[in-house]
Design a protein around this ligand. Structure first.
Ligand SMILES: [Fe+2]
Length: 211
């Protein structure tokens, strides 16, 4: 975390709120990646992604995420919330379960890594460039270049890229009904889709009656 902290401090965007979000990203995301080489690669990758990943709101229009993700650091917050969900939700993807119905840790590692990188390139730091629904693919391209330079196992690196590319599920540009989304990417998508629901506020915000 120190290298990223130093980068964000140097950029002048480090404050108490960002510190707590980055700590949560480590606790629920990075540190739960069991594969050391993958864990280190994802942590290092974050030192090169656009700074807007750490500061921006999750939804440009404000229509597509719960309101607490449409504040400063909201994209990062949405990723942390997805990471919280990845291990428990893996239990509901049959292809990822072993004979004892336990999810495969290697698959969880890849899903966590894909979740973390998936939103890193929603926007570029220079100019008003927003990659729209292609952002998972843009992030995957940067990731693959980085992971290969780090000599990460190419099979693992590619699986992370695929998870990032398909994190929008059937809404990913290029999807068609004949296409089967790989199970790990499906897990990434489920967690992303769940945490992006604006309706979460209606369900969870201390309501005795839902109106
Ligand atoms: Fe995304």
């Amino acid at each position: 975390m120190q290298a990223l902290q130093a980068r964000l401090q140097e950029a002048g965007i480090w404050d108490e709120k960002l510190e707590s979000e980055v700590k949560a990203l480590w606790k629920y995301g990075i540190e739960r990646i069991g594969n050391e080489a993958l864990r280190d690669a994802v942590a290092s990758f974050l030192c090169f992604v656009p700074l807007k990943f750490f500061t921006d709101h999750a939804s440009r229009s404000g229509r597509f995420h719960p309101h607490w993700q449409n504040e400063r650091h909201g994209t990062l917050r949405s990723i942390i919330e997805s990471c919280v969900l990845v291990p428990p939700m893996a239990q509901y993807v049959p292809q990822l379960l072993d004979a004892d119905l336990k999810p495969d840790q290697g698959a969880i590692d890849i899903a966590l890594a894909a979740t973390i990188i998936s939103d890193t390139w929603k926007k570029e730091d220079i100019g008003d460039v927003h990659h729209g629904s292609a952002h998972g693919r843009v992030a995957a391209m940067h990731w693959i270049k980085f992971a290969h330079a780090q000599k990460l196992d190419p099979e693992i690196a590619d699986a992370v890229a695929i998870g990032s590319i398909w994190h929008y599920g059937v809404y990913t540009p290029g999807w068609n009904p004949e296409m089967e989304i790989p199970p790990i990417a499906w897990l990434v998508h489920l967690c992303d889709a769940f945490t992006a629901q604006p309706t979460l506020a209606t369900i969870y915000e201390n309501k005795t009656v839902i109106t």
